[in-house]
Design a protein around this ligand. Structure first.
Ligand SMILES: Cc1cc2nc3c(=O)[nH]c(=O)nc-3n(C[C@H](O)[C@H](O)[C@H](O)COP(=O)(O)OP(=O)(O)OC[C@H]3O[C@@H](n4cnc5c(N)ncnc54)[C@H](O)[C@@H]3O)c2cc1C
Length: 442
């Protein structure tokens, strides 16, 4: 066909979030010809990176992506994937991933912790209000911990004293303190990985039970690329969509989301909004949720609060005096990502019980931390971790291979259950493990 581009490689990787970037970096020196396709662009050094218009520009549907139930999902569409907008938190994989599903990531994760200097922020950077929440929780018997971070204040462009990270750093880290998977793409490109941005992959090509390549649009033009190994790392929404278009009827049926809400309360003191996000956390594994300190960015707050009425919305004026606790639920596999483009994530009865439990605890902690009782409210649910849509044990084997030879998935979609904690360190562990597996097959 005229104008059709044809490319070829030994390995094709689709998506440049932590899954794709890790596999690309760790296969880069193998001598294999590698093509890395990313549908978005690299926005890191643009003036708008880290601003509100920027965040709309580089998120799917300009940040207005909703499930059928009304959960807002922020799905970044750019080099580095969601690590371009993440809160920089790191959590080791839950033990059940190894015990129940045989995914042992201990070595890969321990190595990454050293490599990226993952540790909690120094006390002086954790924020007064956030620390007050953690201390108040401690008085009530809930032992919060300083959250390990992919965040190194000394990396700030003009030095540590310029590190002024507030909630707005989730629009994109303009100061440079946070690690971003795009940095590992840079490393891969320096080792001859062929990166193509604005490359939207629509489907995988398969012949006689073996993968042969991918098809899509490269900068608006239709193209195909051939390879006998294809790794889908297009994220919890992107990978099932590609698989569905390639004939996998069960991809995207059921999903996890670590469904998230915020509980807010106003004080006379300074609030959590101007402080780095999620500096203190607590996990309640028995009841199935995680709590962490966080306030929505200033301009986002009224859009979230108005859905709870005029009272919460009007407190926008006192945003800087607001205390925020985020709840992340270990939600059940439910709903899904469907071929018509819709997404559904209903709460099950069990999810509702966990949420009620978590809300009560947040209420108590906020009161103890000095919030006025009548101002405490919980926001509508949202989805920050679309995942569990191509689950290990169902659509993938332990090596992350599908039923098609040479076709792998490596991203948040492979989680067999809700992680209910920051995902990125686990995804990096999976990416390193998959790269080792592929190299061992040579
Ligand atoms: C606001 C926010 C805060 C968060 N905070 C944290 C945190 O503090 N710690 C943590 O661990 N996690 C956090 N997360 C979650 C975490 O960032 C994601 O779970 C993680 O990045 C998922 O990695 P991934 O590799 O699965 O995919 P993604 O990061 O989603 O990357 C997928 C990539 O694939 C590309 N893509 C999609 N479809 C196609 C296609 N058809 N063709 C080509 N390319 C395609 C996308 O553009 C994207 O770049 C946060 C998420 C959000 C939204």
């Amino acid at each position: 066909m005229a104008n059709k581009i044809n490319l070829s490689a030994d390995v094709i990787i689709v998506g440049s979030g932590p899954g794709g970037a890790t596999v690309a970096k760790y296969l880069a020196d193998s001598g294999k010809k590698i093509l890395l396709f990313e549908r978005g662009r690299d926005h890191r050094n643009k003036w708008y990176y880290g601003t509100y218009p920027g965040a709309m520009l580089y998120s799917e549907k300009m940040s207005l992506l909703f499930t059928k139930e009304g959960l807002n999902i922020i799905a970044p569409n750019m080099l580095g994937g969601a690590t371009s907008m993440f809160a920089g938190c790191a959590a080791p994989p839950p033990s059940w991933l190894k015990d129940k599903y045989g995914l042992d990531l201990d070595k890969e994760v321990a190595e990454t912790v050293q490599q990226l200097n993952i540790q909690p922020l120094a006390e002086k950077f954790r924020g007064k209000a956030s620390t007050r929440i953690a201390e108040s929780a401690g008085k009530l018997g809930y032992d919060w911990y300083a959250q390990p971070k992919f965040m190194t204040p000394a990396r700030t462009k003009k030095g540590e004293h310029q590190f002024k990270c507030g909630a707005s750093c989730m629009l994109g880290c303009a100061c440079g303190a946070k690690w971003n998977a795009a940095e590992w793409v840079d490393d891969a490109v320096a080792s001859q990985v062929n990166l193509r941005t604005r490359a939207n992959i629509s489907k995988v090509l398969i012949q006689n039970g073996t993968v042969t390549g991918v098809e899509g649009h490269l900068q608006g033009k239709k193209f195909t690329a051939e390879a006998d190994t294809v790794i889908l790392s297009a994220g919890g929404l992107g990978s099932p969509r590609i698989l569905q278009r390639s004939g996998f009827k069960d991809a995207g049926v059921g999903m996890t989301m670590d469904t998230t809400v915020m509980v807010y309360g106003f004080t006379k003191y300074s609030g959590t909004g101007m402080e780095p996000p999620m500096t203190w956390s607590w996990e309640n594994d028995d009841a199935g949720y995680m709590l962490s300190t966080l306030t929505d960015p200033w301009l986002l707050y009224p859009l979230v609060a108005i859905r709870k009425g005029i009272g919460p919305a009007i407190r926008w004026l006192q945003w800087h005096k607001m205390l925020g606790i985020m709840i992340k639920l270990k939600d059940d596999v439910a709903g899904g990502v469907f071929p018509d483009g819709s997404i559904s994530k209903p709460l099950t009865k069990g999810d509702e019980e966990s949420l009620k439990h978590a809300e009560n605890i947040c209420h108590k902690i906020l009161l103890e931390a000095g919030a006025k009782k009548e101002t405490i409210f919980m926001t509508p649910q949202r989805g920050t971790h679309p995942s569990g849509t191509v689950r290990v044990g169902e659509l993938l084997d332990k090596n992350l291979q599908t039923s098609i030879k040479g076709l792998y998935v490596c991203d948040a979609s492979v989680f067999p259950e809700s992680l209910d904690r920051p995902t990125v360190l686990t995804i990096i562990g999976l990416g390193k493990r998959l790269a080792k597996h592929l190299l061992a097959m040579d």
